[in-house]
Design a protein around this ligand. Structure first.
Ligand code: THU
Length: 125
């Protein structure tokens, strides 16, 4: 799967976002080492802190289905803006793909970041 295809999958995942409070719809597409793709969207809550970001939805779905090795995570916002993963998501991304890549859309182009660069001192036990 190409980076463009993974980004397209993240964009399509925005359609399921549940974001009645922020109206900011986000989609994520997670590529497992074996080639499987897991999609996620943000799921908000009236108690705002209970909101789950698109990135964590994709990762939690995958891990709950037995997948633990990932190489790349694409993140897209429905409005075309750049959705950088939040701090909590970076820590979760670091847990499962510390050597992986995050791809975002910036000014219509795919930008690629190493997880290590986004969170250089992630917490590990
Ligand atoms: N959000 C994500 O799902 N991923 C990001 O990378 C940035 C923020 C969501 C959380 C919340 O539902 C909305 O966007 C506004 O913060």
């Amino acid at each position: 799967m190409s980076k463009e295809e993974l980004m397209q999958a993240a964009k399509e995942a925005c359609q399921h976002a549940y974001a009645p409070y922020s109206d900011f719809k986000v989609g994520a597409a997670l590529l497992a080492r074996n080639g499987s793709i897991y999609l996620g969207c943000n799921i908000e809550n009236a108690s705002y802190g209970a909101t789950n970001c698109a990135e964590r939805t994709a990762i939690f779905k995958a891990v709950s289905e037995g997948e633990r090795e990932f190489t790349c995570l694409a993140v897209a916002a429905a409005d075309g803006s750049t959705a950088h993963p939040c701090g909590i998501c970076l820590q979760v991304i670091h847990e499962f793909m510390p050597e992986g890549q995050v791809i975002l859309e910036e000014n219509g182009k795919i930008a690629e970041y190493a997880v290590k660069d986004l969170l250089p001192h992630g917490f590990s036990l």
